[in-house]
Design a protein around this ligand. Structure first.
Ligand code: FNR
Length: 362
């Protein structure tokens, strides 16, 4: 309700007919838990190891660009909320906050998400900047070889920087709180890639603009070179096929991140909860598996753990929290997920997320 429809649909929407968007939810909903009884579940323990460190719960913040369309300084608001809960935060290449500004503003665990841009030297600079700013992990997103066809965005004409169209003016008038914040803070910009995205057609959707700048030729060999160069943890996001997952491990990747970009890229891609069992089997615990796309309830986290994921990543759930009340809203959204996770653990007879394999999933 707080956001103009154009902004809400940019966040909420998916590609084309939104089949994958819907199926991500349906797949989590299809999974059923067979609860256990008479276990001591008085204090459900959500702590888990993740990439060799402890996280307070098996939750990571997924990288999201353009968040400042929803709330001023939304990136920092969400990152501080994650830090308050002891959870890692992933900053997008396409964030509206420069990675150095973020690193100065937030004490918690920070990961940097890399979109591989066509300009290789600019890419190298991004990676070097992330290392210098103290980001412990690099998350390379590989499912945006082109921008997904998000028809709601085409219809709404939403872009960064914001174009002043009749639709935006009407949006502003009907959402004065949002419009006032935008006017006071100025239109969001892609701060990490300033100057790099400038020369493009202003009429493109945000996804198409980003897609145009990315290197669709990025290959296994290139990833291998990146692995040699990056000294921190390396994660690859956008994996669905078990053969790819297995090959990533042989390359020395530290974590396989199952994602279909929240249904925003390939419409018709497998729901991630359906992709998880085969990938978990192929990897047999060799590296941590992270899964995103469709996590909306705490019980989804329990289901993901039981099927072999080490953690889930959340995107829209936390961004919508921030869209309502900034840092406090993001913190509250995460608290809801954690409370629901603990409740579902109790009701499933699971005392610790480390023992989720004891519940049968069908
Ligand atoms: C995203 N996502 C994304 N992924 C990425 O690797 N880099 C990015 O810049 C973005 N930007 C982005 C913006 C917005 C508004 C959304 C909603 C999503 C995808 C994101 O990391 C994640 O894969 C999905 O959001 C997960 O699905 P849920 O949790 O939103 O259902």
């Amino acid at each position: 309700k707080r956001l103009p429809q154009t902004v809400f649909e940019f966040i909420d929407g998916g590609a084309e007919d939104e089949i994958t968007l819907r199926d991500n939810r349906a797949a989590f909903e299809r999974i059923k838990i067979t609860p256990r009884i008479l276990n001591d579940v008085s204090v459900p323990d959500t702590r888990t190891s993740l990439l060799g460190k402890e996280a307070k719960a098996p939750i990571v913040i997924a990288p999201m660009g353009s968040c400042m369309l929803a709330w001023p300084n939304a990136d920092i608001a969400i990152a501080r909320a994650a830090a308050a809960h002891g959870l890692p935060y992933t900053l997008s290449t396409m964030s509206n906050t420069a990675m150095e500004t973020m690193a100065d503003a937030v004490q918690g665990e920070l990961w940097f998400q890399l979109y591989v841009l066509k300009d290789r030297s600019f890419n190298e600079q991004l990676v070097e900047r992330a290392w210098a700013a103290g980001y412990s992990a690099l998350v390379v997103t590989v499912d945006l070889q082109a921008g997904g066809k998000r028809e709601r965005d085409l219809k709404n004409g939403i872009s960064i920087p914001l174009q002043i169209s009749l639709k935006q003016v009407i949006s502003g008038m009907t959402h004065p709180g949002w419009a006032w914040q935008m006017l006071r803070n100025g239109s969001p910009q892609f701060q990490n890639v300033k100057g790099y995205m400038g020369q493009q057609n202003a009429d493109l959707t945000i996804a198409a603009k980003v897609g145009q700048s990315l290197d669709a030729a990025f290959s296994w060999e290139d990833l291998s070179r990146l692995r040699d160069k990056w000294k921190g943890k390396l994660l690859v996001k956008g994996v669905e096929h078990p053969l790819d997952a297995a090959r990533l491990v042989t390359l020395g990747v530290d974590s396989v991140w199952i994602s279909n970009h929240g249904g925003r890229q390939l419409d018709g891609a497998l729901a991630t909860a359906d992709a998880l069992p085969a990938i978990a089997k192929a990897l047999a615990g060799k590296v941590d598996v992270i899964i995103d796309s469709g996590v909306r309830r705490g019980v989804d986290i329990l289901k993901a753990r039981a099927l072999g994921a080490q953690a889930v990543a959340v995107g829209r759930a936390v961004l919508f929290g921030a869209a309502v009340a900034g840092e406090e809203g993001a913190r509250h959204a995460l608290q809801i997920l954690i409370d629901e996770l603990q409740l579902s653990m109790k009701l499933s007879g699971v005392g610790s997320v480390k023992h989720t394999q004891e519940i049968l999933m069908t």
